[in-house]
Design a protein around this ligand. Structure first.
Ligand code: HEM
Length: 427
């Protein structure tokens, strides 16, 4: 990360760079980002070593897929992520947040501290698994599945931190990783079989994907395709949300005035009631806090593309086959486009103060046809989690030391964020 920011500092908004022996062109100008994500997106497909590795591990689901197959997949999956369908997941999200907080009661009764990062990870994983399968979280198969995702994520992060020994070499950690993938495979196929056998529309994402039909051919997805999509949703939709929520709690802990305004908004809009999906548009400041958190700590902090044909970006020639890298972490802190970019200030996103919905190069969910399909899902989940947690708790950090970001699969925190739980003032 420091290496990339030094390069940008020294050479400007477009620079060639060698990363792990591979040449990349790093872009850091909003126009160039629009070029690859929107205007010339057809020329910039998924490609490069990251996606090759991801496909080998997780299959060819929507996140990993390249054209032309990607377009069919996107069309099949899009309806399942329509705003109206996502609204049906509100109860499930709130129930999961509630039960996570119930488990915190015991922690706080023991006077113990809470590791925010792992709690947010546990919470978002349970939400996405329940949404995917509509199964009871206490069910043995769901528990086995959830534990396997947690193990695979942990071991993959450990590998990415020190990628010295290839994953194919059977070290104990690599064995745990491959073992977890095998469990995920088995359980996913078993759940697909159960869904197919009973034929009922369980309202799960899996059922929606299963019933989707190609508009041209009338064909649905095979079991292997469904399995890949389940893996893609887990891969793309769990750690990203957990990482954003962790940074939200970190930033709130360091900015008491922001916390006060959040609480005032939540009290005023909800008056102590449990939030529902229809009130989320009224939680305007909560949304701004999330937007500003994703500006400073965008979970999908880097996006790779590969040029299909010769092109030109910012006056430089881009031969076919060039790997292009865009790093939203740096773009979102560009001094030219953000006033005092290192400062946490949710009011930047206040339209009344002259901001806009989409400042130049601000794309935490990506842009163009490959815009995150789960963005509405993620935003609802995060607003609900922040509102419900603040209604019941204060998360008081036990240390005021700065936490640096750790750029792995997502932009995590380099060390745990540990808090003490306290009741909110006045309760
Ligand atoms: C804060 C949470 C999230 C962030 C910041 C985020 C960010 C992103 C970004 C930046 C992309 C575009 C990548 C690119 O252009 O190469 C993307 C794609 C994607 N996201 Fe998300 N995501 C989040 C949550 C979710 C959730 C909850 C799901 C699913 C339940 C999800 C599923 C996907 C999928 C399947 C894609 C691939 C879309 C395609 O290529 O057509 N994401 N996400």
């Amino acid at each position: 990360m420091t290496f990339l920011s030094e390069l940008i500092e020294e050479y400007g908004d477009i620079v060639s760079v060698d990363l792990v022996g591979m040449p990349f062109v790093l872009i850091n100008h909003p126009d160039d980002v629009d070029h690859i994500l929107k205007r010339h997106q057809r020329n910039y497909d998924r490609g490069g070593p990251t996606y090759t590795m991801a496909r080998a591990m997780f299959g060819n689901g929507l996140f990993m897929a390249a054209r032309p197959g990607w377009l069919r997949q996107r069309r099949l999956l899009q309806p399942a992520f329509h705003r109206s369908r996502i609204a049906t997941f509100g109860e499930l999200m709130s129930d999961t947040i509630d039960s996570t907080m119930d488990s915190w009661q015991q922690v706080s009764a023991r006077g113990a501290n809470l590791d925010v990062r792992s709690e947010m990870s546990r919470l978002t994983l349970r939400v996405v698994v329940r949404a995917l399968f509509a199964m009871d979280p206490a069910d043995a198969m769901t528990r086995r599945f959830t534990e396997a995702v947690a193990t695979a994520t942990r071991e993959l992060s450990a590998y990415l931190r020190f990628p010295l020994v290839p994953l194919a070499v059977p070290t104990p950690g690599h064995r745990r990783f491959h073992g977890a993938l095998q469990v995920l495979d088995e359980v996913t196929y078993e759940i697909i079989r159960q869904h197919r056998d009973d034929g009922a529309d369980r309202g799960s994402l899996l059922a929606m994907m299963m019933h989707a039909r190609d508009a041209d051919t009338g064909e649905g997805m095979t079991d292997a395709e469904l399995r890949d999509e389940v893996f893609a949703m887990l891969f793309a939709g769990h750690e990203t949300t957990a990482s954003t929520l962790t940074w939200v709690w970190y930033l709130i802990g360091r900015h008491p005035a922001v916390e006060q305004r959040l609480r005032a908004e939540i009290d005023q809009v909800l008056g102590g009631r449990r939030p529902t999906m229809d009130v989320l548009p009224q939680l305007v400041y909560t949304r701004r806090v999330i937007d500003e958190t994703m500006r400073l700590y965008p979970p999908a902090w880097q996006i790779f593309r590969k040029a299909a044909e010769d092109d030109e970006i910012g006056g430089y020639s881009i031969p076919a086959g060039t790997n292009v890298l865009w790093c939203s972490y740096h773009m979102h802190r560009h001094r030219k486009y953000w006033n005092d970019p290192e400062r946490f200030d949710p009011d930047r996103f206040d339209e009344r103060e002259g901001g806009s919905d989409n400042p130049p190069g601000y794309y935490p969910f990506g842009a163009g046809p490959r815009l995150c399909i789960g963005n509405t899902f993620a935003m609802a989940e995060m607003q609900l989690a922040i509102a419900m947690i603040l209604q019941r708790h204060r998360l008081v950090p036990i240390s005021d030391k700065t936490i640096e970001p750790s750029p792995l699969l997502t932009l995590g925190a380099a060390r745990p964020l540990v808090v003490r739980l306290q009741p909110p003032a006045g309760s």
